[in-house]
Write a protein that binds this ligand. Sequence first.
Ligand SMILES: *Cc1c(COP(=O)(O)O)cnc(C)c1O
Length: 423
Amino acid sequence: MSQRANALRAAVEQGLVGPERPVAGLLDLDGIRASAAALRDGFATPGVEVTHTFAVKAASLVPVLRLLAEEGIGAEVASPGELALARAAGVPPDRVVLDSPAKTPAELAEALALGVAVNADNFQELARLDRLVRPGTTAPLGLRVNPQVGGGTIGAMSTATATSKFGVALRDEGAADRVVRAFLDRPWLTRLHTHTGSQGVPLDLMAAGVRAAYELAERINHEAGRQQVRVIDIGGGLPVDFTSDDARPTFAEYASVLRATAPGLFDGRYGLVTEFGRALLARHGTVLARVEYAKSAGGRAIAVTHAGVQVATRTVFAPGAWPLRVLALDGKGRPKQGDPVLQDIAGPCCFAGDLVASARALPLLEEGDHVALLDTGAYYFSTHFAYNSLLRPAVHGHTGDPPRFRTLRRAQTLAELVTESGG
Ligand SMILES: *Cc1c(COP(=O)(O)O)cnc(C)c1O
């Protein structure tokens, strides 16, 4: 990936990262467009209307949402903040899906007024919708179901376990019957939604969850005597291989697993909605940080960098689940040469566990060098952790090779930090 190497070097040369600005995020905008095209192509099926949305929580940056909207990809939002970002990016309401598990009555009313799709999480939410839906309501309304097909390798990311907090647990006693009744009683309920998990869930398990939603839709439509369920929202969850540059599994591979598992989904009777996050963005982002000091303790080499828990929260708190590849770069942002030495890549925070990698074999880092945390385009720039009041770093987008940069989000300033902290 010489294009990535060129972008890292240029970012250092141009001072996007340097002594005064010791950490920043980079996003390859050409790469995001290529992934968007791969998503569209992977699911394209004659006669089937597919609406792709991007899970905003994976990269909550307005310019990214705007770029994706240009690529025909809408927004899956799960909070008033994410809805506001999607609106600021100009995402058309008919390409927005609201999925949060704890929507207030006011949020539901706003969504209906805007005409964005809403997936209710539970029967209580359906009862709230009963009071809000009017004859003129155009917002597509659906229900999230948990097919309880089981979890993947990361418990916190598995949303289709027996006891997951999301959706109506379909295999619970009487639940499927109750869902069917809820649809028959509500002619305006026209969608089913399922999302089996994010990262760590194998494709066949994801497809089994989608199949369960499809079978339920068939049953509802049969009992209704009409095509009441018209759209199935299959969620996101395509995993990313954080150990290599291998872009598999691809969207096309997942689509073909779905075609084999639930062929009726693609025969033209249903519209589809997708909500991918990580698989669209992860590959295209890098956290670039300066090595402030290089020291050793108990025989272990330690690089003290400016990338720690504030930018790589999950990796630091759950390193087994979220390992990252780290590149060692020299003071000019070029690949560092030298024999690999086991070293800890530490962050700037005041707690001992603030390590983005431990005992990692890399050329020995020195003061003034840099580290690059790869595949951090999803869930890193959007998941800042305000520990130690460290400033939210800037995120710069780049296009072309040699790269041209533009700032997608400027760094938080000390004055903003003080104000936000009640000062
Ligand atoms: C987080 C989430 C997604 C996106 O998951 P990825 O693993 O990033 O693709 C999609 N839908 C829902 C409901 C989610 O909670």
